[in-house]
Design a protein around this ligand. Structure first.
Ligand code: ATP
Length: 199
């Protein structure tokens, strides 16, 4: 599995539609300061479900939408699509190519698409869990993040090992199951109360 294409429109400094083709192996992006190199990494994080505006180097989610420049007006929508080569089936889905899209409108409305079909953020997160490219993985190391990893708390470092060893997916499912169990227990308690009142 490898990332073969990034398409963006209206994301951060990329007002116009741009398509970046990547090769298997090492790819390098070079450019002057402030030309948008880190914005490309932000775009990848964002599509993979990143919710933290701090990680995306903004103060609110709307900051990912192109906000205008001297020569261009702001736009109303940011859209990024990642295209993955999946012939080795590393992504657990029956397609040799997988596209993942995220859109955000200034109104706050947002959408995720998997192979052009609407899906939930949860579906994207699950698809990438344990592939080494999930949003919790350290596959994207931002500037200053190496130091952050070295000085991280033991629990944070533990999460890194959980992802690498493939147990994060099960922890996530356990957390969801526990939440459902707690909700069911609450409902049951309510039913008992009602029954008690009726007796
Ligand atoms: P450096 O080499 O200094 O780290 P870089 O090439 O990684 O720089 P980025 O940090 O990716 O550059 O891009 C910063 C640029 O993106 C800034 O000029 C900033 O104004 C622009 N930018 C960020 N968000 C938006 C936005 N929402 N709308 C318009 N421009 C934006």
């Amino acid at each position: 599995m490898f990332l073969k294409q990034i398409e963006m429109k209206g994301f951060k400094s990329f007002a116009d539609s741009i398509c970046i083709e990547l090769e298997q192996g090492i790819n390098a992006v070079v450019g002057p300061n402030g030309s948008g190199k880190s914005n490309i990494a932000d775009a990848i994080r964002w599509v993979l479900g990143e919710q933290s505006v701090r990680t995306l180097r903004g103060s609110k989610m709307e900051d990912v939408i192109f906000s205008g420049s001297n020569s261009r007006r702001a736009v109303n929508r940011a859209e990024v699509t990642l295209l993955f080569h999946n012939e080795d089936g590393k992504l657990p889905i029956e397609y040799s190519e997988v596209s993942v899209t995220r859109r955000l409108y200034r109104s706050g409305e947002s959408e995720y698409l998997l192979n052009k079909k609407p899906c939930r953020r949860k579906d994207i997160i699950e698809l990438f869990l344990d592939t080494g490219l999930s949003k919790q993985a350290f596959s994207i190391i931002g500037q200053g993040q190496v130091e952050e990893v070295l000085t991280s708390k033991p629990e944070e470092r533990r999460m890194m090992f959980d992802e690498a060893s493939g147990v994060l997916k099960y922890k996530e499912r356990k957390r969801e199951a526990e939440k459902k169990l707690a909700e069911t227990n609450d409902n049951l308690a309510r039913v008992h109360d009602i029954l008690h009142e009726l007796e």
